[in-house]
Ligand binder design. Structure first.
Ligand code: IPM
Ligand code: MN
Length: 362
């Protein structure tokens, strides 16, 4: 298969981890005879620095022309504590999501059996955790009208949702549940927010067309508790933009490191794949960042194009690195392996399992 991939390394450890994902995709190309083309562009703080714009026109154009976008990370502490800064790296990512129409952010949360001791939670609590968050990505409080009065003393952010915005992601989430354990949990704050009441109404109605899927509702405060008390109760979680942002960071703790969690952002035309972690500026250039979230995002990219064997080969190679302890220090403080070595190991272990069988047969 021929695919054009836009690479947006971004800030902090983004370039380092994305490089490992590309290594793995190149191994997939060779092993499975595909032809991927990679073109790189600027986004985030580095784009502000070089072009004065967190999402330069050339970057957006490249992403629109590509079959898919692979994203590194975004953010620079320089902007975080400066409330007067009008231009911020994150605007690049938000504009990209909006411009590409990436309304659904899919974030799987799973436990790797070999890492069960890495979790800060007790083994018997996390056993069997396997859920996927469907986070709405182009609406809600992130994109509603923002106001600040002239005196700079009163500010507001509007959380607005339309039936259309809710229903398009709800359908994706119900379909995902049908292919999994047939359970969908809508997380909202319908006891307080009008927008959440609309979510409940629209999702309940759509649920009637998916009779096999058991639908339940949880208030977000209770959900925050349930996710660490009993994570295995969840199958597919559907939620709005900001609740999804928060809940997914919480979910990442279950598996022991946020450096493991990948995501896909999809819309009707484009798709983008990125780790859920941020730019981790303290680790920049130190060769310690975990590349697995980025590599698993590449696996989600392969699955998006129905290259399931290829994605499985990547996942198996990741599993092998975890099993052998070829991991970065976030997973093993005494580890002597860096980002690059872990990336090399995983790329080198990407094999076609059918070839394996043939070899064994001979
Ligand atoms: C994420 C990030 C982004 C978000 C930031 C960087 C704008 O936290 O992808 O979860 O809030 O969506
Ligand atoms: Mn986040």
């Amino acid at each position: 298969m021929n695919l054009n991939i836009a690479l947006l390394p971004g800030d902090g450890v983004g370039p380092e981890v994305l490089k490992q994902a590309v290594k793995c995709l190149q191994a997939v190309e060779e092993t499975f005879n595909h032809n991927f083309t990679y073109k790189e562009a600027l986004v985030g703080a580095i784009a502000i620095h070089k072009k004065g714009n967190p999402l330069p026109d050339a970057t957006l154009k490249l992403c629109k022309e590509a079959d898919a976008v692979l994203f590194g990370a975004i953010g620079d502490p320089k902007y975080d504590n400066d409330p007067n800064s009008k231009i911020r790296p994150e605007q690049g990512l938000l504009a990209l999501r909006k411009e590409l129409g990436l309304f659904a952010n899919i974030r799987p949360v799973q436990i790797f059996p070999t890492l069960i001791d890495n979790s800060p939670l007790k083994k018997d609590i996390i056993a069997g955790t396997d859920f996927t968050i469907y986070r709405e990505l182009t609406g809600g409080i992130y994109f509603g009208e923002k106001k600040l009065n002239d005196e700079g003393t009163v500010a507001s952010d509007l959380c607005e949702y339309s039936e259309k915005e809710i229903s398009r992601i709800a359908h994706l989430a119900f379909k995902a549940a049908k292919n999994r354990k047939n359970k969908l949990t809508l997380i909202d704050k319908a006891n307080v927010l009008e927008s959440s009441r609309l979510w409940r109404k629209v999702v309940a109605k759509i649920g009637e067309s998916y009779p096999d899927v058991a639908l339940d509702f949880l208030f977000v405060d209770n959900a925050a508790m349930q996710i660490i008390l009993n994570p295995s109760q969840f199958d597919v979680i559907l939620t709005e933009n900001m609740f999804g942002d928060i809940i997914s960071d919480e979910g990442s703790v279950i598996g022991g490191s946020i450096g493991l969690l990948a995501s896909a952002s999809v819309g009707s035309e484009s798709a983008m794949f990125e780790p859920i972690h941020g730019s981790y500026p303290q680790a920049k250039g130190k060769d310690i960042a975990n590349p697995i979230a980025s590599i698993l995002s590449a696996a989600m990219f392969l699955e998006h194009f129905k290259l399931f064997e290829e994605a499985m080969a990547v996942r198996e190679a990741v599993g092998k690195s975890l099993k052998k302890g070829i991991v970065t220090p976030d997973l093993d403080a005494s580890s002597k392996y860096g980002t690059n070595q872990v990336g090399d190991f995983i790329a080198d272990n990407i094999v076609d399992s059918e070839d394996d069988i043939n070899i064994n047969d001979e």
